[in-house]
Unconditional design. Structure first.
Length: 284
């Protein structure tokens, strides 16, 4: 049992590593396109420089910006999940903070290889504003406009109607197997995890899919993942969690905080605004 658990943990770690590598390479490719675009249009007076210089400069700034701004996503998502705050204001604050080191880098590069003098306040604010505009626009592209959004999948509802019409357990089982192949969420899960989804948990730009046999990360937004489990009775109980109703075995209360205990022992937090609705629906 312990060996099987270790093997499953190793497989999960490898899957996480592959997802992270794929995401990083995809992000860097997008940043390269953005860097080339900025080099061509030459914003903020850089059009006066030769194209080759602009390409080197803007590509370097694009990759450096990714290294500085991207880690803010970790803190934004943690604050979002822990404090139940909206994503957009958290990212705004994150961009404000990340722009400080990025603006400093942009200013320092202008004087290399010499060490730059202390900039006047007006020049510092101007540099900061320029960097904030670009950094904010790229962050908007990645996080608000859905630069990584996938093509909208077919609704699972039609498959459920076929199951109801069929009626028998054998028909339901066959439909379940067929739907797994057609379901972009289940298709990314390892076969040993099965297809009985009991919870979806947002982690950064991924969704952790929980089943009775374990969990695995999938590169997908939570709102898209919920479309693929629409045939399961459940609901979004928190900004970062969707839970299947039949998986709830207990309810934990700590002051005003409420958590749903699922059949595997994992606990899903309940947003305070959802508590009254769950009570009305006889969940708790």
């Amino acid at each position: 049992m312990a060996q099987a658990s270790r093997e499953q943990s190793t497989g999960t770690d490898m899957g996480r590593g592959r997802l992270f590598l794929r995401k990083t390479l995809s992000d860097l490719a997008i940043m390269a396109v953005i860097g080339v675009f900025l080099a061509v249009i030459g914003p903020f007076g850089s059009i006066d420089q030769p194209l080759a210089v602009r390409l080197i400069s803007w590509l370097a700034f694009a990759f450096a910006g990714y290294a500085i701004y991207s880690p803010m996503g970790f803190f934004v998502d943690r604050a979002h999940r822990a404090l139940d705050l909206p994503i957009a204001p958290l990212w705004f604050v994150g961009v404000l903070i990340a722009t400080v080191p990025m603006a400093a880098l942009v200013y320092i590069v202008q004087f290399m290889p010499d060490w730059p003098p202390m900039p006047p306040l007006e020049e510092a604010l101007t540099t900061y504003s320029y960097v904030f505009v670009i950094g904010g626009a790229v962050t908007l592209l990645f996080n608000v406009l859905g630069a990584r959004s996938r093509e909208e999948p077919p609704k699972p509802k039609d498959r459920i109607e076929e199951v109801v019409v069929g009626g028998s357990a054998e028909v339901r089982s066959a439909t379940s197997e067929a739907s797994r192949a057609e379901n972009p969420l289940l298709d990314q899960l390892s076969p040993e995890l099965g297809s009985d989804v009991i919870a979806l948990e947002m982690e950064d730009h991924y969704v952790r899919v929980h089943t009775p046999l374990g969990s695995e990360l999938v590169l997908m937004r939570l709102r898209d993942a919920m479309v693929h489990v629409a045939h399961i009775e459940g609901r979004q109980v928190h900004r970062s969690w969707w839970v299947a109703r039949l998986a709830v075995e207990d309810v934990k209360r700590e002051g005003r905080n409420v958590r749903l205990v699922l059949e595997t022992g994992i606990e899903a937090p309940v947003a305070r605004a959802q508590v009254s609705e769950l009570k009305a629906a006889s969940w708790i």
